[in-house]
Write a protein that binds this ligand. Structure first.
Ligand SMILES: [Zn+2]
Length: 239
């Protein structure tokens, strides 16, 4: 790159940062040149669960006891109302920030790629959205998160197999029972045999009641009872 070109690039970057300052998704602080989506203090300080260090025996796995058989589960962060994690998830879902979800996926993927059994999975499958809803949002937040995981874990992403058979209502204000009924039987596999004997990671943004993840697991296990399923999310809600 010529010196002059580099100067112009810096110049325009400086102008743009005045007009559209890049802000930390979690705390709204202006981002430095080397920071992407999250400022360094937030990156160092966000509440990580460390679930991946005990992948088969943690609160996330316990939440699935007597529901569906899963092998392991991990979430990057603890979710709480009015927290920086809630702000990040809100930005990802409603403020057109798919790249942030991918970056978080990449960061968590580095940790998971050094941790069995996640590192040994064959495929990553994001929780699907109904196509109409995905079209309206422009992306599926679970898919863009899983893309980041896929890049740093070097595990292929499969988005054309598990699918959502019908539109469901937003679950934000629903009880646990209502969530279960809302998600019952709404997922299915297009090509079950393609997943036969495979180790699958299902990825989603937030684990709240687990109703959606449970329904995805059931759709896979109905066709492939021996499937080995692992769950990975950006955040986990402690009740
Ligand atoms: Zn911050």
């Amino acid at each position: 790159m010529t010196k002059r070109f580099a100067f112009l690039q810096d110049f325009w970057a400086a102008i743009l940062s005045i007009i559209y300052p890049r802000l930390c998704l979690a705390c709204d602080a202006p981002l430095g040149k080397a920071e992407n989506h999250l400022c360094l203090p937030c990156q160092a300080d966000l509440p990580e669960t460390s679930f991946h260090l005990t992948p088969c025996n943690n609160t996330f796995v316990e939440r699935f006891y007597r529901r569906v058989p899963i092998q392991s589960a991990a979430a990057y962060y603890w979710f709480a109302q009015q927290s920086r994690i809630q702000q990040i998830i809100h930005q990802i879902k409603y403020h057109n920030q798919p790249d942030a979800a991918t970056e978080i996926g990449r960061m968590y993927g580095y940790a998971l790629s050094r941790t069995k059994p996640f590192s040994e999975a064959d495929y990553l499958i994001p929780v699907p959205m109904h196509p109409q809803k995905e079209h309206a949002r422009g992306y599926n937040q679970a898919t863009v998160f899983a893309q980041g995981l896929s890049e740093s874990m070097n595990i292929p992403l499969i988005t054309n197999n598990l699918y959502k058979t019908k539109m469901t209502q937003s679950q934000t204000k629903m009880s646990k029972q209502q969530r279960l009924e809302n998600t019952e039987g709404v997922f299915a596999l297009r090509h079950p045999m393609a997943l036969r004997g495979k180790k699958i990671i299902i990825a989603d943004d937030v684990m709240t009641s687990g109703a959606t993840l449970e329904s995805c697991c059931k759709a896979i296990l109905a066709e492939l009872p021996d499937a080995e399923i692992h769950l990975v999310t950006i955040a986990f809600t402690e009740h």
